[in-house]
Design a protein around this ligand. Structure first.
Ligand code: CTP
Ligand code: MG
Length: 237
């Protein structure tokens, strides 16, 4: 029997609305390199991918200009309206290449600070698990449910933090489970926050693998400076 291989899927078709510039955030520079190149670096260092599929927007005007900066060879597919559509398109593009027992890693282009150690831990922790899992962190702050009070947020209640985790990427699942799980969720018209949610809908219980808190998703303007500081701290700035 051949050993299962690892494929990488990267959703990079968003517009970065919350960051608020014309240039989508995955193409913004951090320390002289675009965010997408940083997001791929840990996988390039690991060096064991069979291939990478990047979902980019149909109207993307920037990818062609940065392709040469990327640390890995990638192929592109068209993204979709929501992140889940972009991921599904990219996973479907693996048909014919990926075997049922191969693993699909999914990592956001907007997470440039992933460390190779975390990637290794995720892969080692899930290697003997039939379902797969995701990097995540335990919540540490008190959680408040808010309601709108004339445009202001007011506390409605405090949510018990016990057992709550914050999901990150990468997430890794067997191709033979992930693809049907995504397709079933689409058919059922379910909105998905991430790949783990598709697996949950299909009746699986993904493994939570505790990761570093500094694997942030760049979302708002202040996150850019934070990502730059984190990468500099990792010697990659
Ligand atoms: N993404 C995607 N296709 C979409 C929407 C998002 O591939 N239709 C990707 C983004 O490019 C990003 C990742 O999914 O790498 C996480 O999404 P998010 O942080 O929400 O990025 P954006 O959707 O670009 O940002 P915003 O929600 O602020 O517009
Ligand atoms: Mg978004």
């Amino acid at each position: 029997m051949t050993r299962p291989r690892f494929w990488l899927v990267v959703p990079a078709a968003g517009t970065g609305r919350r960051l608020g510039a014309e240039l989508p955030k995955q193409y913004r520079e951090i320390g002289g390199r675009c965010m997408l190149a940083h997001a791929l670096q840990a996988f390039a260092d690991w060096g064991k991918l069979a291939g990478t599929v990047l979902a980019i927007d149909d109207g993307d005007r920037w990818f062609a200009g940065i392709g040469g900066q990327l640390p890995l060879p990638v192929r592109t597919v068209a993204g979709g309206v929501e992140r889940m559509h972009s991921v599904t398109n990219a996973v479907q593009a693996l048909q014919g290449d990926a075997g049922e027992d191969d693993w699909v890693l999914v990592h956001d282009a907007a997470r440039p600070c992933l460390c190779t150690d975390d990637l290794h831990r995720l892969i080692e922790s899930t290697a003997t698990d039939g379902v797969g899992g995701l990097l995540a962190t335990r919540l540490t702050d008190a959680l408040k449910k808010a309601h709108d009070d004339n445009g202001q947020a007011r506390v409605l209640s405090t949510i018990d933090r016990d057992g709550l985790w914050q999901a990150m990427t990468p997430q890794v699942f067997p191709y033979g489970l992930l693809r049907p799980a995504l397709e079933a969720a689409h058919k059922a018209g379910k909105a998905l926050a991430d790949e783990a949610a598709a697996m949950e809908l299909a009746g699986h219980q993904p493994l939570l693998v505790e990761g570093r808190r500094d694997n942030i998703k760049v979302t708002r303007p202040a996150d850019l400076a934070l990502a730059e500081a984190i990468l500099a701290g990792h010697g990659r700035g």
